[in-house]
Design a protein around this ligand. Sequence first.
Ligand code: DGY
Length: 324
Amino acid sequence: MKQQRPGVLLTRRLFPEVLQRLSAHFEVRDNPDDAVWTPAELIERLQGQWGVLATQGERIDATVLAACPQLRVVANMAVGFNNLDLEALARHGVQASNTPDVLTESTADFGMALLLATARRISEGEHYLRAGRWHKWSADLLLGAEVHHSTLGILGMGRIGQAIARRAAHGFAMQVLYHNRNPLDAATERACAARYVSKAELLRQADHLLLVLPYTSANHHTIAAAELAQMKPSATLVNLARGGIVDERALAHALRSGQLAAAGLDVFEGEPQVRPELLELPNVVLTPHIASSTRGTRLGMALLAADNLIAYHQRGQLLTPVKH
Ligand code: DGY
């Protein structure tokens, strides 16, 4: 008798290569319309499924797990895993993987791009030109902040932070300072030409502050009014991590009042909703959570998530289990 294959749910529309790879092992239920499901719709679709290939947009928490007792594995197509309730997963005996490494370099490229766009006022310049406001070359038109030879502060010095540090130090001759839960070992610090400092010193010294730390309940609003007040008024803030790390109301106030020069944001607390005050400010560059979005990288992330499901099915071991 033919054995029933386990079911796997894809919560979002993915690439044909991923469907093909998974279909060789599982009964796959996908989401060709790329619909965003409510928690109740997610639970409904997860009934009887053995595994799920989820994205950072779906919360897999105690309620979902209690309602889906057959679920054994969650392959998260993201390096971040703040959408997963790890304690509830452990309680229900559900394994979880994420997608480290495959997105490091393209995310670091984007970090530099967002930093440059923000400091050098590229979006503002484009809007100015498209609005028909450019009538003459002026010596003081849209003066930006220097990036080369400036001081870059990196909060969160994991793989992406290190890849940005290498670009900044070796490509842009920036002085790189960082703050992290733990300092890097001396050889890694040398390779990224980065120096460990306290969070307070990072805030004080950075000409540009880049946020690339994992989001947890402990660092919710770790950049709020008090931290923004310690930064240079000429500084730029770039958030590639998660929206909840920054108190956006305090950020909007700092940007409006001139306490901070500019911000580049790829992530938002209520995304895809963006706080209206931020939309109105000219000194903010806003992008829709696309730091890892190249075809090669997003395909690599999806295939790694798929391979985690296959490895767990075949050998009972994930390739890249969530480490926290
Ligand atoms: C990640 O990998 O955590 C990204 O934010 C998802 O695009």
